[in-house]
Design a protein around this ligand. Structure first.
Ligand SMILES: *Cc1c(COP(=O)(O)O)cnc(C)c1O
Length: 239
């Protein structure tokens, strides 16, 4: 990655922080209650190091092999928090359980049980349950009607720590706004239903819709292209 790209990352990140502060101000929210996850899929080690140098320490990855290689390359960086945000295939749970601090896309008990069995008991894995609020637009995420049952199942697994919910809404901003509102309702119900669990995270909002997500109550934004530039300029690395 060239020096120009490094400067770009810094100024884009600054612009993202300004958008978050402006949206929070409009919504009467404290921006400190909104964590920023830098979605670094397709971004090389140098770009991530540049981002770390600005003080960013939460990173999200979607492709497990790409992520494991980067985590190894960045092992000298202290205090990073790695979030797995991609679809969780059954044969990838071992690597996810071994390398990540958080998982966002949990939507099946079978996957939760595997992650629980494979996780180091000394370091519970933070998990978010993905809810399917975009209907037919996506097959990922649990149906809202089945959410409570999955929550109860996950709460019984000692090596997982349920932290909240995640959503990937429709690309249509009008739809997304409604879906963010729905998610805020599910999140509040979950907190009321499980007062003893450490439910504190509602992961929603990306580069194009972060303002809507902040207004609706998001506590964690997953931002890729607004920080690192359009994805087509980056190395494609699906596995
Ligand atoms: C890629 C990705 C993002 C980031 O999207 P941008 O539009 O680039 O900000 C957020 N969440 C998930 C699950 C993703 O896969």
């Amino acid at each position: 990655m060239s020096a120009d790209n490094c400067t770009d990352i810094e100024s884009r990140l600054q612009a993202v922080h300004q958008r978050i502060a402006a949206a929070a101000g409009k919504a009467g929210r404290d921006p400190a209650g909104i964590r920023l996850l830098a979605v670094s899929k397709g971004v090389g080690e140098a770009g991530i190091r540049q981002t770390i140098a600005t003080g960013q320490h939460l990173f999200g990855e979607s492709y497990i092999q790409e992520a494991v290689d980067k985590l190894a390359a960045l092992a000298d960086c202290p205090d990073l928090e790695w979030h797995f945000i991609g679809p969780i295939q059954r044969n990838k749970t071992q690597l996810i359980a071994r390398h990540f601090d958080w998982v966002h896309g949990l939507d099946r008990l079978l996957i939760a049980e595997r992650l629980n069995a494979q996780r180091d008991p000394a370091r519970p894995l933070n998990v978010l349950i993905q809810v399917n609020v975009s209907g037919e637009a996506s097959k990922a995420g649990i149906e809202p009607a089945e959410l409570d049952a999955l929550v109860d199942g996950v709460l019984r697994l000692p090596h997982l720590r349920l932290r909240g919910l995640m959503a990937l809404p429709s690309p249509d901003l009008t739809q997304a706004s409604l879906q963010f509102g729905q998610m805020a309702g599910y999140f509040q119900s979950l907190r009321a239903r499980c007062p003893d669990a450490a439910i504190d995270t509602l992961s929603m909002g990306m580069s194009d819709d972060l303002e809507l997500a902040v207004v609706a109550g998001s506590t964690m934004l997953r931002i890729g292209s607004a920080i690192f530039g359009p994805r087509e300029y980056r190395r494609a690395a699906p596995d």
